[in-house]
Ligand binder design. Structure first.
Ligand code: ATP
Length: 235
């Protein structure tokens, strides 16, 4: 479904990604974990075309998307939920969701998807006329996920969905992520510092250090791996 092949990405002279290989199959939940500054966000941004790779390729359903613009990549079916949510604070919840469907013109299907996200997050339906900036952090994360879903993606990319949220909200968000995967077979790629939750939710995981992938295995195996336990799970 999605293949990152020998990706090298730079910020000026900083070599942030040093030959990354990641493969995500249709219908999977895959998590990428790693410490601060390891290169997780850069991996997502390179996948979405925001910071294109200097070398290597990103393939989506067999098509080379390495140098496509971010809007073309969204139109193909890859939607990102960025770190820090980045919802539109002065637009209402309903308007934020409209923006997610910006590239679509299938009105009836858009209405169906709106019903689906309001079903996933009833609090958003209650607050649909409220501006995004007045929502709590957890509600903003729900809105950011919903906005991405309004593009009806086949692959949903999430950058640190747990960031700055209370543990109970984080649990709820991860449970909804699993539900989205189950309901629509949506392929999900999560970049996360909360290794425990990210690996529990994932079929497979990748571990990143200093811009390179160091280990890859099933989520279940990584959770019991002694090195991972020590370095990322605090056990
Ligand atoms: P975090 O969990 O803190 O978001 P991360 O694993 O997502 O970390 P990245 O944000 O991808 O890591 O950063 C990878 C490397 O690239 C780091 O060394 C970081 O300092 C550097 N970097 C990230 N963004 C920029 C930028 N805009 N300009 C220069 N260097 C950057």
């Amino acid at each position: 479904m999605l293949k990152l092949k020998d990706i090298h990405t730079y910020y000026g002279n900083i070599h942030a990604l040093k030959g990354i290989n990641i493969e995500i199959n249709e219908g999977e939940i895959v998590s990428l974990i790693g410490a601060n500054g390891a290169g997780k966000s850069t991996t997502l941004m390179t996948t979405c075309g925001i910071i294109p790779a200097k070398r290597g390729s990103v393939e989506f359903k067999g098509e080379d998307i390495t140098h496509l613009s971010p809007d073309k990549i969204v139109a193909l079916g890859l939607s990102q939920v960025p770190e820090g949510r980045r919802i539109f604070p002065f637009l209402t919840v309903a308007e934020n969701l409209d923006m997610g469907a910006f590239l679509r013109n299938d009105k009836d299907e858009i209405a169906k998807d709106l019903g689906y996200v309001y079903g996933l997050f009833p609090i958003l339906a209650e607050r649909k006329s409220q501006t995004g900036g007045t929502l709590s952090g957890g509600e903003q994360q729900m809105l950011a996920i919903s906005r991405a879903l309004m593009a009806r993606p086949t692959v949903l990319l999430l950058d640190e969905p747990s960031l700055g949220l209370a543990p109970i909200i984080v649990k709820q968000i991860f449970s909804i992520i699993k539900q989205i995967n189950k309901d629509h077979g949506t392929t999900i790629f999560i970049v996360e510092q909360n290794a425990n939750l990210a690996l529990k939710a994932a079929n497979r995981g990748y571990v990143m250090e200093n811009g390179a992938i160091t280990i890859t295995d099933t989520g279940a195996n990584l959770l019991v791996n002694e090195d991972i336990k020590k370095a990322y799970l605090g056990i």
